[in-house]
Design a protein around this ligand. Structure first.
Ligand code: URA
Length: 281
């Protein structure tokens, strides 16, 4: 029987391009949605009670526990493995180590650094962007490039800075050429982000841009429709008010839209004021 790939490799390549493939990552295809074999999930892995941000940060990462869990989960490529590993982390230091040790997302192999977070989790104001860009990939911190500088200036206008807010991204690794994450990549990284949110236990979140809104809230409406409107991030244990706003990289390209972002920030400032009037912003 004829083999279409061997007989006509260019036709096969054309077919892949037409199907949307834009990059060759591995020799063999990987099914990232394959169920995780039961034996890979370590016994006894379960959600532990939530702790305060202070106590979470006070304790150093339990390296042996993470290594044990990582081994048991066999750091494979499926979102289920990421979920089990994330659930086993009981503080931010452990989660950071777990993300850094996780080898199940190909983006990691293409990135220079794992970008976990920056700022102060105890401020309990959490900002979530899309993914590291070139500067972030080089420095290992979120929002340190041009968009990050603008973000810092935006925060300053409502008397916030990185000593008061905590910043992370949907993805901890830079996608090549800053492309949007694929649904598979996002599905693999999301369990880490969800656990990240749980451990920070924010009193308020700001989502920067459409990708963040899509993955954190599951809203696929255009960012212009959802920005400026309070939403709730709801889980079994959390109900966090969320303000979706425009991504600072977009504002660099469309400076006139800054007035919309300004409005969103004022709503955030008012909400903070409401929850802690004596500290006001
Ligand atoms: N854009 C993002 O979404 N995140 C970063 O960390 C930098 C740029």
């Amino acid at each position: 029987m004829s083999d279409p790939v061997k007989d006509s490799p260019f036709a096969a390549l054309r077919w892949l391009l037409d199907a949307g493939a834009d990059e060759a990552l591995l020799e063999e295809p990987v099914d990232r949605f394959a169920p995780v074999p039961a034996r890979q999930v370590p016994a006894g892995l379960s959600e532990e009670p939530r702790r305060t941000a202070t106590s979470m940060l006070a304790r150093p990462p339990d390296e042996r526990k993470i290594a044990r869990n990582a081994e048991a989960v066999s750091l494979s490529t499926q979102p289920g493995a990421a979920r089990a590993l994330a659930a086993s982390c009981t503080n931010l230091a452990e989660l950071k180590k777990a993300v850094e040790n996780f080898d199940g997302c190909d983006l990691k192999r293409l990135a220079t650094r794992t970008v976990f977070a920056d700022g102060n989790p105890e401020g309990r104001i959490m900002l979530i962007g899309e993914a590291p860009g070139r500067d972030e990939d080089r420095e290992g911190l979120p929002f340190v490039g041009r968009a990050g500088k603008l973000l810092d200036r935006m925060l300053e206008t409502i008397q916030l800075d990185r000593t008061k807010v905590y910043i992370t991204n949907v993805l901890p690794w830079r996608p090549p050429q800053n492309r949007e994450p694929s649904p598979e990549e996002a599905a693999i990284c999301l369990p880490f982000l969800r656990r990240h949110i749980e451990l920070v236990n924010p009193k308020l979140m700001i989502l920067l841009g459409a990708v963040s809104v899509r993955h954190v809230l599951g809203l696929t409406d255009g960012i212009m429709r959802v920005r400026g409107r309070w939403e709730t991030y709801q889980t079994d244990s959390l109900a966090v008010p969320v303000m979706p706003t425009l991504h600072p990289a977009y504002l660099l390209r469309q400076p006139l839209a800054k007035r919309l972002a300004w409005r969103d920030l004022l709503a955030v400032a008012a909400k903070i004021d409401e929850s802690a009037p004596s500290q006001g912003v």
